[in-house]
Design a protein around this ligand. Sequence first.
Ligand code: G
Ligand code: G
Ligand code: MN
Ligand code: NA
Length: 251
Amino acid sequence: RLELIEALRTGIRDDLVVHYQPVVNLDTGRIGGVEALVRWRRDGALVPPDLFIPAAEDSGLIVPLGQRVLQQVVADSPQLVRAAGGPIDLAVNMSAHQLHDPTFVPAVRAAVEAFGDSRLVLEMTETVLVQDDPHTATTLERLTGAGARLSIDDFGVGFSSIGYLQHLPVDVVKIDRSFVRDIDHLPRSRALVDAILVMASALDLDVVAEGIERESQADVLRMAGCSDGQGYLYARPQPLAEVLATLRDQS
Ligand code: G
Ligand code: G
Ligand code: MN
Ligand code: NA
């Protein structure tokens, strides 16, 4: 573990790679945005984030790592927007620790400016939002005030209340893939997704369904009124060159 952390510490600057997974409109199939997902190039292999993000969180390295990922997305954004042929949503995952980094809000403000008409989406899990302290609320308001959109990742699986939706500036919920997995054959999954969609609509939140792998899942989501989705059915997370080609193909 210590060895992993030391290797990651020295690798943050040059050895992180950002892949992008398209988010599509379920009615038209068009790509409206991409989510940045980090990988770590180590000894010639690409290490997936679930093998190093937890250690990065515990060690505090998630702060420089998050800065590095946002910096890469800003660098890649002109090409992504040009390939899309118009404004798109660019989503970045963020950790709770980044809310306490004084450089985070200014970095987000700079990214929003660099993106122009394209939107910066900050994805965070419910664990960020249930920290019921004034600093969290103030910082989230500064982020949305700067023009970023806030998106709840893995919505519905945190051991949390949804009370934060009453007062925090949330724009998007991403329905966790555990609900999507069985939606085409389990009535209970379908009922839960219906309930999330009703709630999102009443609160004027956008919705993205995660982990769509089969056309039958997309069919049910579309019929339920879910506007957007993400998953292997449409595209896996792809290296920059590949996602640029995917975007050009449809523009
Ligand atoms: O790409 P993959 O599906 O393996 O991602 C696994 C997990 O790692 C997801 O929960 C995702 O949110 C998280 N993750 C990916 N990239 C980043 C990142 O840049 N920052 C943070 N904090 N988490 C990330
Ligand atoms: O927690 P977050 O939603 O940020 O995690 C994104 C993760 O989900 C990435 O690791 C990505 O590889 C994975 N992912 C994306 N689409 C699918 C899918 O259709 N099925 C499965 N099983 N995983 C997916
Ligand atoms: Mn995410
Ligand atoms: Na998720």
